[in-house]
Design a protein around this ligand. Structure first.
Ligand SMILES: *Cc1c(COP(=O)(O)O)cnc(C)c1O
Length: 379
């Protein structure tokens, strides 16, 4: 059994994928082929924003967005303590200081109350200037944007939506990657919409920021690539990945997002009385980058993971370390009492296999292994 079965997906989409990949090789436009702009057009339309700009990966996407806002030294950027490293690495890479904020248990997303406390803390201390909030759509569920955007407005901060795991999710009629002033996503193979290598994208309604991002991603170009008006980087999505994503986006919209939600609902219906299952807020839709359960203790979590492994069921611990405990952030102020929920999650979370091609038999096996684990314990 695979944790995320990319081979099953390939078998399902093989005829179309093979054809489109061969076409790219025959046509020979490996960088900036027409597939790239076609993909950008379709992604912008799907998400419901004016601009989509693809780039090399989800980490570059975050850096490019922050560059458009001129974020750097002396700036405070608020980031959840429970996330993938890149969310905090991007502001730090530009010299800004990540300020870590605790999350909410069960949704795993940044806590609006803790966010406001952290902003006030930085203002009171007076050393850094609060500039931006990086809200992460962790495990596929959008962060609580109605409240985050309100707080951002009150303190005059930018909101960057890190939708690397959130593509396809939504709140009401609005889709993920449309909530931030700028939003980003990743096409790393295991993300909800993944390519066959690295890839990323930036979304915004703002024309000026879109222009800046387009320039920064190609060597700070002015009129053309050999007219360079600022220091940028080289971060493009190549034609092959765009061609693959065009096929995959269609499947994602046609059935994958629906199928992964069916699998998640089935887990929840079978497991909710046994373990703490993830909670999706009323009116929110998740794209289920992960299906993460919460156990009562580290001991129990580790025991269950071992039993799953013995039964041939892969599981993962996302994430095993808090951002504030990462050695790379040793210079950042760490007030241990402020990370109560994250500290618990680190010990107690376990992500189960989930993807649109998970079979009923596979899921039954996973669920029964968990049920048996708890029955054996209580005997
Ligand atoms: C994967 C991920 C990224 C980085 O994306 P890459 O394409 O791997 O660079 C950033 N943020 C979050 C939350 C992620 O899960």
């Amino acid at each position: 059994m695979e944790f995320r079965d990319l081979k099953a997906q390939y078998q399902h989409l093989k005829p179309e994928l093979d054809e489109e990949v061969l076409k790219v090789m025959k046509e020979g436009n490996f960088i900036s082929g027409y597939q790239v702009s076609e993909l950008e057009k379709q992604l912008a339309e799907y998400v419901g924003v004016k601009h989509c700009i693809t780039c090399g990966n989800g980490t570059d996407a975050l850096v490019l967005a922050l560059m458009a806002w001129n974020i750097g030294k002396g700036d405070a950027v608020f980031v959840p303590d429970f996330t993938f490293f890149a969310s905090a690495e991007a502001p730090a890479f530009l010299g800004a200081t990540p300020v870590f904020v605790d999350v909410e248990s069960r949704t795993f997303n940044i806590s609006p109350n803790e966010l406001e406390n952290a902003i006030q803390g930085v203002l009171k201390e007076g050393k850094l200037i609060p500039k931006a909030i990086i809200a992460v759509d962790l495990f596929g569920q959008p962060a609580e944007y109605p409240r985050i955007l309100e707080i951002a407005k009150k303190y005059n901060l930018f909101v960057l939506e890190d939708g690397a795991q959130g593509f396809g999710g939504g709140i009401g009629e609005k889709k993920a990657c449309s909530f931030g002033d700028i939003a980003t996503t990743s096409f790393f193979p295991a993300k909800p919409l993944g390519c066959y290598g690295d890839g990323g994208a930036i979304f915004t309604d703002n024309d000026d920021w879109a222009e800046l991002v387009k320039s920064y991603r190609i060597h700070g170009k002015g009129g053309n690539k050999y007219d360079n008006i600022r220091i940028g980087m080289n971060s493009r999505l190549d034609t092959m990945q765009a061609a693959i994503l065009l096929v995959k986006l269609k499947a994602f919209v046609d059935h994958e997002l629906h199928d992964v939600n069916t699998a998640a609902d089935y887990y929840t219906s079978k497991l909710k009385n046994i373990v703490n299952t993830p909670i999706i807020k009323e009116g929110y839709l998740s794209s289920w980058a992960q299906y993460t359960i919460i156990l009562d203790s580290k001991k129990q979590r580790d025991e269950l993971q071992n039993v799953l492994k013995e039964n041939g069921v892969p599981s993962m611990i996302y994430y095993p370390k808090q951002m504030h405990k990462q050695e790379a952030f040793h210079y950042v102020c760490r007030k241990e009492h402020s990370f109560k929920v994250t500290n618990e999650l680190i010990d107690n979370v376990l992500a189960l296999p989930i993807h649109p091609y998970l079979t009923w038999e596979e899921q039954e096996k996973i669920i029964n292994t968990i049920i048996n684990f708890f029955e054996n314990k209580s005997n």
